[in-house]
Design a protein around this ligand. Sequence first.
Ligand SMILES: Cc1cc2nc3c(=O)[nH]c(=O)nc-3n(C[C@H](O)[C@H](O)[C@H](O)COP(=O)(O)OP(=O)(O)OC[C@H]3O[C@@H](n4cnc5c(N)ncnc54)[C@H](O)[C@@H]3O)c2cc1C
Ligand code: SF4
Length: 293
Amino acid sequence: MTLLDNLPPGELRAGGTDLMSRPGTGPYVDLVGLPDLSGVTWQPDGSARIGALTTIAELARDERLHAAYPALTLTAGALATPQIRAVATIGGNLLQRNRCWYFRNPAFSCHQNGGDSCPARAGLNLYSAVIDTSPCLAPHPSSMAMALLAYDAEVEVHGRPAFPVGELYGSDPTRDHLLDPGEILLAVHLPPPAAGERAAYYRATSRSEAEWPLVEAVARVTPDGATAVSVGGVARVPLRLPEVEQALAAGESMEVAAGRAATRCAPTAANGYKVTLLTATVLEVLEQATAPS
Ligand SMILES: Cc1cc2nc3c(=O)[nH]c(=O)nc-3n(C[C@H](O)[C@H](O)[C@H](O)COP(=O)(O)OP(=O)(O)OC[C@H]3O[C@@H](n4cnc5c(N)ncnc54)[C@H](O)[C@@H]3O)c2cc1C
Ligand code: SF4
């Protein structure tokens, strides 16, 4: 039995930047100060363990992390505002709830708060998902999850063996992540980088700061020629794009491969612009990750 097995009942709070802005939450159980959950630890094989309470600002300014996983630190440095990055944690970022304005407004009922419909489908859906994987159309909110997907990261949850970060999420329309209430995310594990690998991050935004991206993407190119492409802002979950990765592996041009990102898109009447942004953002990160240095 450890300290973590004896936490009082309540909603787990890390930086509180998401939790405290949602109506109806609490009482809270503070995680900040629990031992072994903060900071980056390097293993002899070059892999890294990032404690769940490590702040986004700490990640963004970590030079060793930047040398090993540049798209991760670039993503961290681009999200939200300096004030939020100073207190927001990687664990809270991965487990934050979606930003759909219907979900965050107590006057509306939907799949995400006990209802059985999605008012965004027939309502205001300018920022909604364009890859339609669920009755809920809210795009996944975590930029860090999107970047970690490209690095094949795993997560460590108290009492469970480590598992791929993508398995934190699913198309369940009632939930933004698949941890049960009270389950504690302990850390993120990143495999050792390949010597000479390169990566790029880009976000398409409607204003330069303090906003979630409309679309964001990471491309990671390893010396064996393989490319990993992950995207955010376009689906209920952060996504890898095998259709783009396989087109590149088959020798297609970057333009043609980036165009494959549109294959699965089924936009609403209002958010067709995201399909164009998606292919352009994917092309941008591919070009940046392969540009002469
Ligand atoms: C203006 C603005 C712009 C933003 N832009 C972006 C953006 O571009 N990209 C992006 O990714 N985010 C963005 N954010 C969101 C911000 O990054 C998150 O609010 C923040 O990362 C959440 O971290 P936190 O530590 O404050 O989490 P908290 O608010 O403390 O927790 C969030 C959720 O995770 C749970 N939780 C936290 N830690 C753990 C743990 N270790 N184990 C189990 N459960 C846990 C909590 O119970 C809660 O449900 C933005 C926020 C604002 C206000
Ligand atoms: S998009 Fe999701 S969160 Fe928004 S109203 Fe529909 S079901 Fe609710």
